[in-house]
Write a protein that binds this ligand. Structure first.
Ligand SMILES: *Cc1c(COP(=O)(O)O)cnc(C)c1O
Length: 376
């Protein structure tokens, strides 16, 4: 390392010094540049294969001339609709530019050096990034074993509870979880909320909640009145198909909401994102189609993996984490065939790929390519 690099490394805050940036799914345009090929499919970031709601596209067109004006910094219109949607009030809602922005606000408002945060080994990697940047001590709790009948590699809430002590301020739970596709049940969640100390914030990240059909799954929104240390995070990036526009939000008690709002820079999400989210939230039909398509694709993919003799983690989301052997090699070979998937080495899962459910023809192309690569 040069003297200059050392000097700036020492200049930056402790948490950032050893931070590794989030590894996003490879963009289609990047692979096009690298390989000089077209007809690429991306099954790497759990985006909506149907695209955005047509109503959202129309809304963005209609409001395009307003972009010289600052957005409504309070996001009134969107919050009003969200309040109705969740049968709550505006003072429970914080808007962000993507739910990752909300996660960052949580870390900024509640974490610092000397405080600890609890998360699961295979929990969404952004939790560790925002926590470490804030200087907090990360308690990474072992996941349930691969052999667990209900939730292999899933969150072990009992062990997470045991990891909490006086220094703990925040617990991150993705329900359902990415990258495992597993969920915690209503009973597990309620038991956890009843037992956790009241001065620890429970962040329940529900990015994939629209896809879950399990009877014993419980959404968090209706529990906020009962548990005032519960904070639910939702996004428009997945089933609502607006990942590129960056809109997410939190539901929490009004005091926590006010604290998050203090560290939120005023004009998030941007004006485009706000009008698109309003339209998308009203387009129930698009979400219904998205979920129905996903259910079919899930059956198609599970059947294919079983037929190929591949183990996979049963998923309630719009992706499946599947064991392919040397995942780095299979990832590279799929890339060369124009299919982008997600390697999970950053999570220590070197034999698994996370692959989103796509359109039926995309799924078919993935299956036939994977068969060729694996000789299965
Ligand atoms: C995709 C995802 C999000 C959503 O991120 P955005 O910043 O809203 O796009 C949040 N949490 C999990 C677990 C996810 O997989």
């Amino acid at each position: 390392m040069t003297d200059n690099a050392k000097r700036f490394l020492e200049l930056c805050v402790t948490g950032v010094r050893s931070l590794q940036p989030y590894q996003a799914g490879k963009p289609i345009s990047e692979l096009e540049r690298e390989l000089g090929i077209s007809n690429i499919i991306k099954l790497a970031s759990n985006e909506n294969p149907l695209g955005p709601s047509p109503a959202a596209i129309e809304a963005v067109r209609k409001h395009a001339a307003e972009f010289s004006l600052y957005p409504d910094g309070n996001g009134f219109a969107l919050k009003r609709l969200l309040a109705d949607f969740h049968e709550t009030e505006l003072r429970h809602i914080t808007l962000g530019s993507g739910s990752d922005h909300i996660l960052e606000l949580i870390a900024r408002a509640f974490l610092c050096e000397g405080r600890s945060v609890v998360m699961s080994q295979y929990g969404f990697s952004i939790y560790a990034i925002v926590s470490q940047a804030a200087g907090a001590e990360i308690r990474m709790v072992a996941a349930k074993p691969a052999t667990d009948p209900a939730a292999p590699y899933g969150h072990d809430l009992g062990a997470m509870l045991a990891a909490i002590d006086d220094s703990t301020r925040v617990v991150f739970i993705a329900n359902p979880n990415n990258p495992t596709g597993t969920y915690v049940t209503r009973d597990e969640l309620l038991d956890f909320l009843q037992r956790i100390p009241k001065n620890v914030l429970v962040v329940l990240d529900e990015a994939y909640t629209e896809y879950v059909a399990a009877d014993d799954y419980q959404e968090g929104a209706s529990l906020i009145g009962t548990f005032d240390n519960l904070l639910v995070v939702r996004t428009f990036s997945k089933a609502y198909g607006l990942a590129g526009l960056r809109v997410g939000y939190a539901l929490a008690n009004p005091v926590v909401t006010d604290l998050l709002n203090r560290v939120r820079l005023a004009f998030n999400p941007n004006a485009l994102a706000q009008v698109a989210a309003i339209a998308a939230l009203g387009d129930h039909e698009h979400v219904r189609k998205t979920v129905a398509l996903n259910r079919e694709g899930m059956q198609q993919m599970c059947a294919a993996y079983t037929d190929m003799g591949l183990e996979y983690i049963p998923s309630v989301c719009n992706f499946i984490t599947v064991k392919v052997g040397d995942a780095g090699r299979v990832f590279d070979e799929l890339l060369r065939e124009g299919i982008i998937t997600r390697p999970l080495a950053p999570y220590g899962l070197t034999e698994h790929l996370r692959i989103s459910i796509g359109l039926p023809e995309e799924n078919r192309r993935l299956i036939s390519t994977l068969r060729r690569i694996l000789g299965a």
